[in-house]
Design a protein around this ligand. Structure first.
Ligand code: FES
Length: 87
C-alpha cells in the first residue's frame, strides 16, 4: 500500500497494491482528467512533489521518467511508500 497525499486538495488516501492512483484519488473525491486510461495520451499527468513514481505509461520519455517530477496517474504507481502530488 502507498500513501498518496494530494497536496492542493488537502487529502490523503492509501492506495492498495493493485489499485491505480487514479482510482485511489477518486475514492476521496479527487477527479482526475483522463482520456485514454492506458498511459499513452498524457492527459492525466500530475506533478510529483515528493516520492518516487513507478512509471507504467508509454508516454513519458526516459529523461522525463528520470526527472521524477511527473506521473501519469491512470496507470502508474508509486515505488516509494509515500507520494505527494500537486493535485
Ligand atoms: Fe491517457 Fe493517462 S489518461 S495517459
Amino acid at each position: 500500500p502507498v500513501e498518496i497525499v494530494a497536496r492542493r486538495s488537502g487529502r490523503t488516501v492509501v492506495a492498495a497494491a493493485d489499485e491505480t492512483l487514479r482510482s485511489a484519488l477518486e475514492r476521496v473525491g479527487i477527479k482526475v482528467q483522463v482520456s485514454c486510461e492506458q498511459g499513452v495520451c498524457g492527459t492525466c499527468a500530475c506533478t510529483v512533489l515528493e516520492g518516487e513514481p513507478e512509471h507504467r505509461d508509454a508516454y513519458l520519455t526516459d529523461e522525463e521518467r528520470e526527472a521524477n517530477d511527473q506521473i501519469l496517474v491512470c496507470c502508474s504507481r508509486a515505488r516509494s511508500a509515500r507520494l505527494v502530488l500537486d493535485i
